[in-house]
Design a protein around this ligand. Sequence first.
Ligand code: SAH
Ligand code: SF4
Ligand code: F3S
Length: 478
Amino acid sequence: MTHEEQMVEQGLKTIDEARQGSVLYKEAWEETAAPGDKRFYIESYGCQMNFSDSEIVAAILREIGYAPTRNIEESDLILINTCSIREKAEETVRKRLRVFETVKKQRPGALVGVLGCMAERLKKRFLEEEKLVDLVVGPDAYRDLPNLIGGAEEGQRMVNVLLSREETYADISPVRLDSNGVTAFISIMRGCDNMCSFCVVPFTRGRERSRDPFSIVAEAQDLFARGYREVTLLGQNVDSYKWENPETGAVVNFAQLLEMVAQTHPRLRVRFSTSHPKDMTDEVLHTMARYDNICKYIHLPVQSGNSRILALMNRTYDRPWYEERIRAIRRILPEAAVSSDIIAGFCTETEEEHQDTLSIIEWANFSMSYMFAYSERPGTLAARKYADDVPEEVKKRRLNEIIRLQTAVSLRHNQADIGKTFEVLIEGDSRRSSRDFCGRNSQNKMVVFPKKENLKPGDYVHVRIHDATSATLLGEIV
Ligand code: SAH
Ligand code: SF4
Ligand code: F3S
């Protein structure tokens, strides 16, 4: 695993990444500040949904006179948006709370708030053990922040972890934090109704609900007008997006939503994440084929290559079904790249079943994967029904085999692009050198190439690939 992949696995952003701000990015922070504003500091962990939620939180806080700061020492409100997906994610949060404790000693008036997916599960613990925590706020309760902060300012310890069946924050226009000014997330739905046996998300984020499509399109239009050139539509299972017009009863499904967003502007790229193999329809694939600006990239987590394990995981598809979905992608979108999430060492997994996971990585030719060792989560179906019986060192070994194979497959996938020319959307300077730009192609591969005059982030260029690593394509503008 590369360092970067490890950071992703732990839900961390590198300090470098956090500091490597373009001019646009710094302006985004400054423009929200007015004299007399209080300052809040926020750290986000976990998936893109959580990062997107932090931008909703920033918008709600702006209404009550809080502007963002990247300097924790000058903040009046310190927030941590937490993730529960694996044990390690929770440990990270606990470590950060120890750091906040020392900051708070120097700024006795500052408030500390725990937001996000750990809030519901651990509210009691935070209130009883974490004396420094002033607020605990679940993912559906952010509108209550002004009231909760008010109470906390008066010295009360405030909690709201209620989950909602309706809340989508549809009317809130997010304040883009840590933005490169080119790419942005748009949350299209919340919660999850699947009950994958390993997964804590249905418990931390509640029932699935879809956001009004017109508010989604309006957000995309606004982003385009402000210079953004790419949006990623976010949901735990975007293919089950379904919005019913309360007046007419007309239904908008994901394929239709995708089309509506794609029509915003041909120069606005559209991506989405995450697709679920059981729900991804040919209709979505055909819509993708019809629009050049819908990126030819699908994140389609397989989790395991073995049908018995998939049944235990309650993924509701088996290996032949997954393979059929991959064939449909190859047929309808021959140029598309597919990536995956993979879990090593799920309950009762045998050596042979692990081999099936290796073989599907090879067969499906994933361009990349996020790979994890199974981590039992309290309260999930698997924790209640199955023994977490694969020893830790076996999980680690299997995970390493998976990572080694995926790295080789990614390298091969990228090397196959040498000699090709791709349209790339410039996102900013490359991490290594300010003489190079970086940006992605439609297949979501990071492309690095020397700068040319008069080009800037947000511009499209054609880049011819002459070299590749397992993570990056290298090329020249043509
Ligand atoms: N909604 C997405 C995934 C959300 S969680 C989907 O259904 O694909 C992101 C990834 O974390 C999952 O795909 C899974 O690979 C991993 N994950 C979730 N729970 C886990 C657990 N208990 N242990 C290890 N990995 C887990
Ligand atoms: Fe979790 Fe499954 Fe829902 Fe994804 S689809 S969030 S893995 S329950
Ligand atoms: Fe973590 Fe919650 Fe996302 S548990 S992965 S932050 S939905």
